[in-house]
Design a protein around this ligand. Structure first.
Ligand SMILES: [Zn+2]
Ligand SMILES: [Zn+2]
Length: 646
């Protein structure tokens, strides 16, 4: 069983999130985003890789959208209305409500303001949204009889969700964007401890560890206050939903406390509509917002009019789109950037290639359609973002402990660092595939098995092990015991040992080993080890005559039984476990059997020159696999190897 992963977007980059996953034959597309730094074919995922014949309805079982950001949903109207996909699309209720606002706003930026050929129309957006099935958090949705999905709260933006998907015994989670700490208006991500084969997680801030949010909010407010106090204008380029609402709560509250009269503006009427949705969807926000009466009724916020761009006096303006990719925010930027009195605050991540990104990397001159803009205003980057930091990702991976992790939605070098950490610190296999790369991950498959009566009965049997004091357990007692009064240590390590029988067209069954022999009509075979061990008779005599054996004379010319007796004497001093039995001509300890070997060439003898030494006798030993450890100990003792150790 395996999970196949085709990364169509957000592979080693941020933008156009799209991962097509096949779990036991079921194919799910997670997110269908656009890349906002491009306006050529790189803008959309390469859908032809899903189906050469573009038969997407047969190629895909469903689409799951995690949240309304364009890098996660921007290509959806194109995929449904132009490419013709009309299968099920799942997203949360707030995402379904807010996504058309985002899509429409961006379409306007592209067509009305950038003059580009439109990729999809307003009608396309409306038709596309009709295909959407809205889901609740933690609601298990049966897409078909085999495929199950479930949404979990992800923080990040209103309605954002992580999605769990399961087919058979194989299960995975795709996080989308998430936040592990609550912010002004949203709570932190919450997910159950799930059994997962695969976790696909975003890694935007893979190597960042953030300090207290409070300090960073103060820094933002101080920068804004300083600018307006000096008569400057503050431009905050943001997308219609999400950041704008969070920062607005922060500013409105601060304005009240500081009794400020400087106007705060929102560009375009759409934010009023958005705020209405935020009020409606209040149950998806944070506890703090829920407890605040009318958190989205901003007292100091007004609509902005184009004529106000060059009006004198200080103000704060939220303008779309974010990252200064075009549209109204870029238009205002051209007017305000050349004055050192003004401030541009960039909230969150700015894609490479955007003006926002150039400003962040300290570019003082920006070229725009042939005209140079001298950037003399202050640039302030908000150090807080609705994405999790590196610690948050590690916490989530550790909490879920999946079998495998795939990193997407991040920058290549940072992803590589995080990948290393996940592998070395958590011991979980981790990958960071590039766009259009696919990978195969082994997944869980449980086999249901019946059990025979004999097997079940054997499981009930106690499995006592009797240990003489002197083994490792002895030290536990702490008391010294003399020979003869050895306490008996009993261990009951009950294990169910059986044999799994998988027969064609029959249900798997666990049987007792004796039953298997009957089934196969076979006799029991056992593996035996054998070794012909050299023994130094002189040393043996020295060792024993000084202590135990009074009949030293008799042993000058050892016969078989006297040699056995000497060995018994030696071994009973050396061994703490096992019961040594002297049978005259041979000795036995558990399955270990020893007899004197008089053959000139024994097949179990390893000749290494010892036979040339006088007074070397050979003893043939055999033992079963279960007593291998014991046998090695006895042989070491006989070859005097233990003397070196002690
Ligand atoms: Zn996002
Ligand atoms: Zn994203």
């Amino acid at each position: 069983m395996a999970i196949d992963c085709l990364v169509l977007g957000a592979g080693q980059e941020v933008g156009k999130s799209c991962v097509v996953v096949t779990i036991n034959g079921k194919r799910i597309m997670f997110d269908c985003g656009m890349h906002m730094a491009y306006n050529d074919h790189r803008q959309y995922p390469d859908f032809s890789r899903i189906s050469k014949s573009c038969d997407f309805n047969n190629a895909i079982d469903c689409i799951v959208i995690t949240h309304f950001h364009l890098d996660h949903i921007g290509a959806l109207p194109f995929f449904t209305e132009i490419c013709g996909y009309n299968g099920p699309i799942y997203m949360t209720y707030p995402t379904r409500a807010l996504a058309p606002i985002m899509l429409e706003d961006y379409r306007k930026v592209l067509v009305d303001r950038r003059g580009e050929v439109e990729q999809f129309t307003s009608d396309h957006i409306a038709e596309c949204m009709k295909k959407v099935i809205a889901v609740d958090l933690k609601q298990t949705v049966q897409v078909d009889k085999d495929l199950q999905i479930r949404a979990y709260y992800a923080g990040h933006v209103l309605g954002a969700a992580m999605f769990y998907a399961k087919v058979g015994d194989s299960a995975m989670v795709y996080t989308g964007d998430y936040n592990m700490t609550p912010d002004r208006h949203l709570g932190a991500a919450r997910i159950d401890r799930l059994q997962l084969d695969l976790l696909i997680t975003e890694s935007t801030y893979a190597t960042t560890v953030r300090d207290s949010k409070y300090a960073r909010e103060r820094e933002f407010l101080k920068a804004v206050h300083k600018c307006v106090a000096g008569g400057g204008k503050v431009l905050i380029p943001a997308f219609a939903l999400g950041r704008a609402q969070e920062l607005c709560i922060l500013l409105d509250d601060y304005w009240e406390r500081m009794n400020l009269r400087v106007p705060i503006y929102f560009s375009a009427g759409l934010t009023i509509q958005a705020n209405m949705y935020y009020k409606m969807l209040i149950s998806w926000t944070s506890q703090k917002v829920k407890e605040t009466y009318n958190a989205f009724d901003f007292k100091n916020v007004h609509n902005f009019d184009r004529s106000l761009i060059d009006a004198p006096g200080p103000c704060v303006l939220f303008a779309t789109p974010g990252m200064l990719t075009g549209g109204f925010s870029l238009e205002v930027f051209k007017h305000w950037a050349p004055s050192e009195m003004n401030l541009i605050t960039l909230p969150g991540y700015c894609l490479a290639g955007t003006i926002g990104n150039k400003l962040m990397s300290g570019n003082p001159t920006i070229e725009l359609e042939g005209t140079k803009i001298d950037v003399r205003c202050q640039i302030h980057q908000l150090a807080f973002s609705p994405h999790t930091d590196g610690k948050g990702i590690m916490d989530l991976v550790k909490f879920l402990s999946p079998q495998h992790v795939i990193l997407v939605h991040g920058e290549k070098p940072k992803m590589a660092t995080l990948k290393e950490r996940i592998q070395s610190e958590l011991g979980i296999k981790c990958y960071d595939p590039a766009n259009n790369e696919s990978m195969c991950i082994p997944s869980t498959h449980y086999v249901k098995a019946g059990a025979s009566d004999a097997f079940i009965r054997s499981c009930m049997n106690p499995n006592f092990q009797f240990l003489k004091s002197g083994s490792e357990e002895k030290s536990v007692s702490g008391s010294k015991c003399t020979e003869g009064t050895l306490p008996l240590w009993i261990k009951d390590e009950r294990v169910a040992e059986g044999i799994l029988v998988l027969e064609k067209s029959e249900k798997a069954k666990v049987v007792h080993q004796d039953e298997l022999l009957l089934m196969l009509g076979e006799k029991r075979h056992e593996v035996q080890f054998a070794y012909c061990c050299p023994v130094n008779v002189d040393e043996l005599e020295k060792f024993t005559t000084t202590s135990l054996t009074p009949t030293a004379r008799m042993l000058r010319d050892p016969n078989k039984s006297s040699l056995i007796r000497l060995l018994v004497a030696k071994l009973s001093r050396k061994l703490s476990e096992g019961n040594i039995q002297d049978f005259g001509e041979h000795l036995q300890v558990e399955s270990f059997h020893l007899s004197v070997c008089l053959k000139d060439t024994c097949p179990y003898r390893i000749t290494n020159g010892l036979e040339d030494k006088p007074r070397t006798a050979f003893v043939c030993c055999t033992w079963s696999a279960a007593d291998d450890k014991l046998a090695r100990k006895i042989i070491s003792a006989m070859e005097n190897r233990d003397l070196v150790e002690t």
